[in-house]
Design a protein. Structure first.
Ligand code: TMP
Length: 253
């Protein structure tokens, strides 16, 4: 088979040219990084889990009419997606205080937000993805006023959908990050959810025990990351046998 053309390689994913114009193949690696790649490791099975979980979330969003880049899963680690022009912003929604907002605003981890808070960070690794305001976004023309309204609306719809889904399996959606891209249908431009939605880009806490089921397990050395992601997948009915596809051996009495 001819080698595919690599279009982009990020910390956790690779994008290849897709089979048709306007499509890409998104490959999920097992690499985990944190703190702008200062901490890194390879977590067996993470890519397989995130491929399946992102497929599951994006399909759910499609079902409720939230436009996104997902077309179909190709294999254990790859999915076909629509090519988009990524807006250079990380769009974060917070329901409960955790992570960077705690030191920034002097909040204790676990403090509920008065309402879901939408924040924007400029995607720039050299600068450590600084938080930016609507003023910066519009003045530097990363997005228009109309785009801003659409991004907030998309982010809050994703929040409602993901919060409800997680609540149903005993998990609190603390916060998450999405990326948004532009697609053109002829002269008509619209914004769609892109990148991935997975425990790499969310904070997920077990409602009963408070156990963390997201990338904070890796960031803070709290245990086995693949176990945490497998638990999320199992509860949602995605890959009940775990990422190897083979059920664990059981004792026969
Ligand atoms: P933060 O509290 O570190 O700002 O993160 C907010 C949310 O965004 C959290 O769910 C983790 C996610 N996130 C990413 O997906 N990528 C990143 O590079 C960062 C910093 C956060």
């Amino acid at each position: 088979m001819a080698r595919r053309k690599k279009v982009y390689e990020g910390k956790a994913k690779v994008l290849y040219e897709g089979p048709e114009p306007g499509t890409l193949v998104q490959y999920f690696k097992d690499d985990a990084t944190a703190f702008n790649a200062e901490k890194r490791d390879v977590i067996d099975g993470k890519g397989v889990l995130n491929n399946r979980l992102s497929e599951f979330f994006m399909n759910g969003l499609t079902a409720i009419g939230v436009p996104n880049h997902f077309i179909k899963r190709i294999n254990m680690r790859e999915q076909l997606i629509r090519a988009v022009e990524i807006i250079p912003l990380e769009v974060v929604v917070r329901n409960i205080a955790a992570g960077s907002i705690c030191p920034r605003l002097g909040l204790e981890e676990g403090t509920p937000m008065p309402r879901p808070i939408v924040e924007f960070y400029f995607k720039n690794d050299d600068l450590g993805d600084p938080i930016v305001s609507e003023e910066h976004i519009i003045a530097f023309q990363w997005a228009s006023q109309q785009d801003m309204d659409d991004m907030v609306s998309l982010a809050l719809r994703v929040n409602d959908f993901m919060s409800g889904l997680m609540l149903g399996v005993g998990i609190k959606l603390v916060d998450f990050k999405i990326e948004i891209g532009r697609v053109w249908d002829g002269d008509f431009m619209r914004l769609i959810v892109a990148d991935e939605i997975s425990p790499d880009s969310c904070r997920l806490w077990d409602i009963e025990t408070g156990r963390k089921l997201d990338k904070d397990v890796f960031r803070r050395d709290l245990g086995d990351l693949a176990d945490a992601y497998t638990e999320v997948a199992r509860r949602l009915g995605v890959m009940p046998q775990g990422p190897s596809g083979v059920s664990k051996p059981t004792l026969i009495n």
